[in-house]
Design a protein around this ligand. Structure first.
Ligand code: HEC
Length: 163
């Protein structure tokens, strides 16, 4: 009896710590959270990132359906993405970490996909009528799975500064 209650007391902080993470599953960093990649089990997601392998898988299918025609099936975009065309529009940029999508904190990436680029003088269509916020997060998870660790780490720092 005595030993059992000691074990319970010792076990408490661990249970509390795990419980505190349980609703963070797959929630993208908003800039306010310090550690975003902790799964409910306490284990870290693939490569210590905020998203789960399932999100990346769902995101890939959604990206191929909605984004690949412009941003290319491998997210490599247009090699001339910095050059405006005759109408002053930019071609679809790479999203694979080679261009500058990673300069944008998560809320801004979500906004770009929701509202597209037309309100800012660009040509990307809006997806807010077509995709749910969860589907947009899944797509961004797949996109970010292309980013090397160094790029991802820099993006996390940007996220924590501005949100
Ligand atoms: C019709 C072509 C087209 C489609 C479809 C499209 N985009 Fe884009 N996207 C663009 C263009 C062009 C830009 C550059 C800004 C602009 O002109 O609107 C852009 C910009 C972006 C940016 C900003 C990148 C940066 O470096 O600032 C992100 C992120 C993005 N697109 C994600 C997506 C995602 C995710 C999808 C699918 C849900 C998608 N796009 C579908 C054409 C497209």
């Amino acid at each position: 009896m005595k030993n059992k209650s000691i074990a319970l007391i010792l076990g408490m902080p661990i249970l509390l710590a795990l419980g505190a993470c349980s609703d963070e599953k797959g929630t993208p960093p908003s800039g306010k959270e310090k550690s975003a990649a902790v799964a409910p089990s306490g284990a870290l997601y693939v490569d210590n990132r905020w998203y789960s392998p399932e999100q990346v898988k769902r995101g890939e299918a959604l990206f191929q359906q909605n984004c690949a025609e412009c941003h290319k099936p491998d997210a490599s975009g247009d090699p001339n993405w910095k050059q405006t065309d005759a109408e002053g529009k930019l071609p679809p940029p790479p999203l694979n970490g080679t261009a500058h999508a990673w300069h944008h904190p998560m809320p801004m990436l979500q906004q770009i996909v929701k509202n597209g680029g037309i309100p800012m003088g660009g040509s990307m269509p809006a997806f807010k009528e077509k995709l749910t916020p969860e589907q947009i997060n899944d797509i961004l998870a797949w996109v970010q799975s292309h980013w090397p660790d160094k790029t991802y780490t820099t993006w996390m720092q940007i996220n924590q500064r501005k949100s």
